[in-house]
Design a protein around this ligand. Sequence first.
Ligand SMILES: Nc1ncnc2c1ncn2[C@@H]1O[C@H](COP(=O)(O)OP(=O)(O)OP(=O)(O)O)[C@@H](O)[C@H]1O
Ligand SMILES: Nc1ccn([C@H]2C[C@H](O)[C@@H](COP(=O)(O)O)O2)c(=O)n1
Ligand SMILES: [Mg+2]
Length: 208
Amino acid sequence: MGTVVEATNQGENGNVTEQKPTVVFVLGGPGSGKGTQCANIVENFGYTHLSAGDLLRAEIKSGSENGTMIQNMIKEGKIVPSEVTIKLLQKAMQESGNDKFLIDGFPRNEENRAAFEEVTKIEPAFVLYFDCPDEEMERRLLNRNQGREDDNIETIRKRFKVFMDSSLPVINYYDAKGKVRKIEAARPINEVFESVKAIFSTKNEKAD
Ligand SMILES: Nc1ncnc2c1ncn2[C@@H]1O[C@H](COP(=O)(O)OP(=O)(O)OP(=O)(O)O)[C@@H](O)[C@H]1O
Ligand SMILES: Nc1ccn([C@H]2C[C@H](O)[C@@H](COP(=O)(O)O)O2)c(=O)n1
Ligand SMILES: [Mg+2]
């Protein structure tokens, strides 16, 4: 795969230059099961899983100059500026050697969405949306036990509000374009994956 900094299908002279990667955005509230299902999709369908949250947490650990800013924003349940997150996603895409990506937890707001499109020129093939009631997500997050600084009730409530106010509009945007594949996520993991499998086994239109 060539660079994905700005993926293109046609050069200025009309020749095909490089193939755009296939991107599936994986969205849903905090604790809806995005990461869990992405691991299953990777095993079965050959995608590379890129979690925006995991990349940001790795950036904090790496001691980068943005680390403290990212850590403070995550603690408050806020969304990190797109420029930072998109750079991390692009780097991970380039380093993966794959051309099929599950981008988990991104775009989280309109700024994320528009900036990714502007910078990469990539449109998602479709958007997988895990729909789950808040009470179930809250129960899961409080039992997750992965030592995440944002899995406490105060931050969880802030994350739910950010999801409702900023992320749902992005899902609605893609829904209006016929790109959302909605999954009922408040079911056992294997049942949810049966629904996921059905979507990945169906021919979904490739990115524009
Ligand atoms: N269908 C399910 N039923 C019960 N528990 C689940 C289910 N799916 C995931 N879990 C558990 O819920 C917790 C949250 O799942 P996961 O980390 O996959 O969510 P997420 O959507 O990636 O959350 P976040 O946005 O916070 O990263 C984990 O402990 C996971 O094992
Ligand atoms: N596009 C994104 C994705 C994540 N973050 C920050 C804010 C989230 O609360 C946190 C954890 O993400 P998760 O692992 O729950 O997907 O990471 C962001 O700022 N922008
Ligand atoms: Mg996750």
